[in-house]
Design a protein around this ligand. Structure first.
Ligand code: PTJ
Length: 245
């Protein structure tokens, strides 16, 4: 870790950078992940680095969708493995859902290192990509999935990714829940539910939401009233206001 003092006004942001850098050093995060993180930082700045009301609405809907799912799966890439491993494991336990390693940038051994990292953080069930099961409509490394995981899932949780797979999953008629600081990204636009927030803040809130006592009919009603395009518009308006301040 770097020697940033806790009194530094940008302490939290700088410790997140440390986490991503450490992820690269231990071989779980792609070096491209540093660039993705920087892009996220810029959007987070415009969101005042706070979870905004449109993100809270999306978290309510995401909790309902994930709890009502028959076969939910949590997809893990190199950035989220570095930033929020404990929360990913907690979410998997709460939903009794598998974690599945799925990365865009093919690098030797990185998938196995991510799996081991999740196990070190308490994960019990981590699926790996296979050549046995492949997603349609996609050519990148993300097409290789596990036959008992993403391949058969009805709802896939895909925090911060690059968009090609989200589109493919939707074409395969799966629901996608994402967390993405950029409401204009392809993933944000294609997902069924988009939480426009930093994964560091919103994943613990999502875990808390899932633990709230709610009936199936209450959760169905939350989903019926939810409109992702409205949420994305609110997020975009907020960002434009932030940019003009
Ligand atoms: O480990 P891999 O190979 O699967 O690669 C993972 C990354 C993230 C590098 C890859 O999927 C990628 O290149 O993603 P993009 O296209 O840069 O998109 C990442 C999106 O996540 C962007 O819209 C960022 O704004 C957003 N983002 C970055 N950091 C965060 C974030 N969203 C939420 N929380 C963050 N901390």
């Amino acid at each position: 870790m770097s020697d940033v003092p806790q009194s530094h006004p940008r302490y939290i942001s700088l410790t997140l950078r440390d986490k991503i850098v450490k992820g690269v050093e231990i071989g779980i995060t792609s070096v491209h992940g540093l660039i993705a993180h920087g892009r996220g930082e810029a959007f987070d700045y415009l969101l005042s680095e706070k979870t905004q009301p449109f993100a809270i609405s999306a978290i309510h809907a995401a909790g309902a969708m994930l709890r009502l799912a028959k076969s939910p799966v949590i997809s893990v890439n190199g950035n989220v493995a570095a930033l929020v491993p404990d929360d990913l494991v907690e979410l998997a336990n709460l939903l009794s859902a598998p974690l599945e390693v799925n990365i865009f940038h093919t690098e030797s051994g990185r998938e196995k290192k991510i799996r081991q990292h999740l196990i070190n953080h308490g994960a019990e069930h981590v699926l790996m990509p296979t050549t046995e099961a492949q997603l349609s409509y996609i050519d990148s490394n993300r097409k290789y999935v596990h036959p008992d995981g993403i391949f058969i899932a009805d709802v896939v949780f895909v925090p911060l990714e690059d968009g090609d797979r989200c589109e493919a999953l939707r074409k395969m008629e799966k629901n996608v829940v994402t967390i993405d600081l950029n409401p204009m990204s392809r993933t944000a636009q294609m997902a069924s539910i988009t939480i426009v927030d930093n994964v560091i803040r919103s994943l613990p809130l999502l875990c808390a939401e899932i633990q709230k006592l709610k009936s199936d009919s209450e959760m169905k009603s939350i989903l019926n009233q939810y409109h992702n395009q409205n949420i994305l518009s609110e997020a975009l308006k907020h960002i434009c206001r932030g940019a003009n301040d």
